[in-house]
Design a protein around this ligand. Structure first.
Ligand SMILES: C[S@@+](CC[C@H](N)C(=O)[O-])C[C@H]1O[C@@H](n2cnc3c(N)ncnc32)[C@H](O)[C@@H]1O
Length: 242
């Protein structure tokens, strides 16, 4: 009997995920990347990994800026799509971030809430371990997570969004330490139900994970402009690790 796929393996691999999030576009990704590479002074000779790259919006832009980039993601469909942009210095691979990396990098990026998906804390920690082991000696990692506190205090329990002719009925709630987004819609004559379940990690909890793998936080930012993090008001929790 085929076992049911975990929510992140099924939802992110659908075309519907990309329809619902089409507003999170290249402009947002490019502004963030520009700020990041100039602040971190990432050198053109550096090799970069965009871990959980999706369709590669950050990888493609980094490569346009002149970097050698690998984009890795669990979603077969996203990687197949991204492959059309490959060249000598841009590659896309299917990879589960719970598995060890097969080469080392100067910078590893994990962007737009691509962390905190797993029921077992040890699997989140394993991801951090893999990142740490996959860095060169003076390498650094960037984790761009949501600011859980702000997300929870602004949680919209129910809404419907009409996008590309699909009525996405969305409910949001907290369950077992996860912020759950349940997405229901009709498409192609079928009812669909998908979930997003992201762990309610705050800075203290992430820091305890980081300590357990020997990572240190070098910088903390609260948005894509790289302004200071404030737990009450910031949209993002962006960590630079070394
Ligand atoms: C919120 S999306 C962000 C995608 C991309 N970073 C972006 O900004 O557009 C999360 C991504 O994590 C990927 N993902 C989920 N579980 C994964 C895993 N175990 N290993 C690798 N990638 C995973 C999904 O397929 C999805 O592309």
């Amino acid at each position: 009997m085929e076992t049911e796929k975990e929510w992140f393996a099924s939802w992110f691999d659908t075309s519907y995920y990309h329809i619902l999030y089409k507003h999170r576009d290249d402009t947002e990704a490019q502004e963030f990347i520009q700020n990041l590479v100039s602040f971190l002074k990432i050198e053109k000779k550096d090799t970069l990994l965009d871990l959980a790259c999706g369709k590669g919006r950050h990888s493609i832009y980094l490569n346009k800026l002149g970097y050698n980039v690998v984009g890795a993601d669990l979603s077969k469909n996203s990687i197949n799509f991204a492959k059309q942009f490959e060249n000598n210095s841009l590659r896309f691979v299917e990879h589960d971030m719970r598995n060890k990396l097969t080469q080392n990098y100067d910078v590893i990026l994990n962007l737009f809430t691509s962390f905190g998906f797993f029921e077992d804390d040890n699997e989140d920690i394993k991801v951090l371990k893999n990142i740490k082991k996959g860095l060169n000696k003076y390498g650094m990692a960037v984790i761009d997570f949501m600011n859980s506190k702000k997300v929870i205090s602004n949680l919209v329990p129910e809404e419907t969004q009409l996008i590309d002719g699909i009525n996405f009925h969305i409910t949001r709630y907290i369950k077992n330490g996860f912020i759950v987004k349940e997405i229901n819609f009709e498409a192609n004559n079928k009812h669909h139900t998908y979930y997003e379940k992201v762990k309610m990690l705050n800075l203290a909890k992430i820091n305890s994970y980081l300590n357990s793998v020997g990572f240190k936080i070098k910088h903390t930012f609260g948005n894509y402009k790289l302004e200071q993090f404030n737990e009450e008001t910031s949209d993002r929790l962006i960590l630079v690790l070394e």
